[in-house]
Design a protein around this ligand. Structure first.
Ligand code: UD1
Length: 348
């Protein structure tokens, strides 16, 4: 089975490519390198022994997608391409709506023209908005998202549902991710956002390696176990495996299916800090700060549907994820230092 992975050099995309290759799929990657690096392709090759075909293309381009689909005959698409910074999306809503929707429009048009029947969409638990109750099942109401980024997920889910209604021959998996963290054990793939990270674990990683001084814990007066926000943190390697299982499901012609991908366990910010410290032996200095706008107090997944219908079960826990994330961050810092040193030697 030949699979197009858009955004395949990004954090979740690159780990999914590894999982697909390990399970015998043929993979073609498209990425415009907006928020990713070619190093990820080298990492994928080192881990799997295979260097998948790579196209540097922008998925918003209808003509480029047309050309690509004409030359390659895909059996399935997994779409990771898209902007994903929540805060930035509030400042640049038009960019987010246009980019994330245009990517899907170009892919859907190409799917129609070249009769590609299987599509996996990376959605987010953000579509549940402020939950009425937890754990969140796939039947929990989809609400207005708290950011334009989240709203693009809601909109694209809606479009997919409308398409599935009329195209019964098509199979679509909407995967709602909870909080993906961690990195590949090799230290070759992981998440290293430019600038100051918005998300918790990338921030903690930078504190752990000494790049940032201390963590701000946003809010300690929520109605949760210790007052700090509770989330469902899933190891990215588990999440990646979820995509392979979703593709297998699509091979049974189920039409449109929706699954949560999470662990089913809620962990507070303070619990994350303690797990990180225990796993790595590194102390994480922190201070309490006001609540962050748009944050929900608590969310975690109901996992029964994914377990029963996909056979999906997480193999890693929060400590595994913290350790793998830390090791990746250390290795990445070394790689960057080496690159800088090489640059200096060249200019001397
Ligand atoms: C956000 C997005 C989600 C996206 C995910 C990517 C929303 C509402 N959430 O999730 O769609 O998929 O990022 O991983 O759109 N925290 C701190 N200090 C920090 C950073 C975070 O205390 O410096 C706290 C937050 O208040 C929250 C928890 O850590 O309680 C997790 O935050 P974060 O990692 O940013 O993820 P979410 O906001 O849950």
């Amino acid at each position: 089975m030949k699979v197009l992975v858009t955004g395949g050099l990004g954090f979740i995309g690159s780990h999914t490519v590894v999982s697909l290759l390990e399970n015998g799929y043929e993979v073609v990657i498209v990425d415009n390198l907006y928020n990713s690096k070619m190093d990820a392709l080298d990492g994928i090759e080192k881990i799997t022994g295979t260097r998948p075909k790579f196209y540097k293309l922008d998925c918003t381009s209808v003509s480029d997608m047309d050309e690509l689909f004409k030359n390659e005959h895909f059996d399935a698409i997994i779409n990771f391409a898209g902007y994903k910074a929540v805060g930035e999306s509030v400042k640049l809503p038009l960019n987010y709506y246009q980019n994330n929707l245009d990517i899907c429009f170009a892919l859907f048009r190409a799917m129609e023209k070249y009769d590609v029947r299987n599509f996996v969409f990376s959605s987010s638990a953000t579509v549940y908005g402020l939950p009425d109750r937890v754990p969140l099942t796939e039947d929990s109401p989809v609400k207005d998202a708290t950011s334009p980024y989240g709203e693009t997920k809601v909109m694209i889910e809606r479009i997919l549902k409308d398409m599935a209604f009329i195209h019964k021959e098509r199979n679509i998996a909407i995967l709602r991710y909870f909080n993906p963290i961690g990195a590949h054990k090799s230290g070759l793939l992981g998440e290293d956002p430019n600038g100051i990270p918005n998300n918790l674990l990338p921030y903690i990683n930078k504190v752990a390696v000494g790049v940032l001084k201390e963590l701000s814990v946003y809010g300690n007066d929520y109605e949760t176990v210790d007052g700090t926000g509770v989330r469902d943190y899933i190891h990215v390697v588990d999440l990646a495996r979820g995509h392979v299982l979703a593709l297998r499901k699509l091979e049974t012609n189920p039409g449109l299916v929706i699954y949560n991908l999470g662990t089913g366990k809620g962990t507070s910010v303070l619990e994350v800090i303690h797990a990180y410290e225990e796993a790595t032996g590194v102390k994480i200095p922190y201070k309490f700060a006001p609540r962050r706008a748009g944050d929900v107090p608590i969310n975690y997944a109901a996992t029964e549907k994914a377990e029963n219908e996909l056979g999906f079960k997480c193999l890693y826990d929060i400590k595994d994820a913290c350790l793998d994330g830390y090791n990746f961050q250390k290795a990445e810092l070394e790689r960057q230092k080496e690159k800088e040193e090489k640059k200096v030697v060249k200019t001397l």
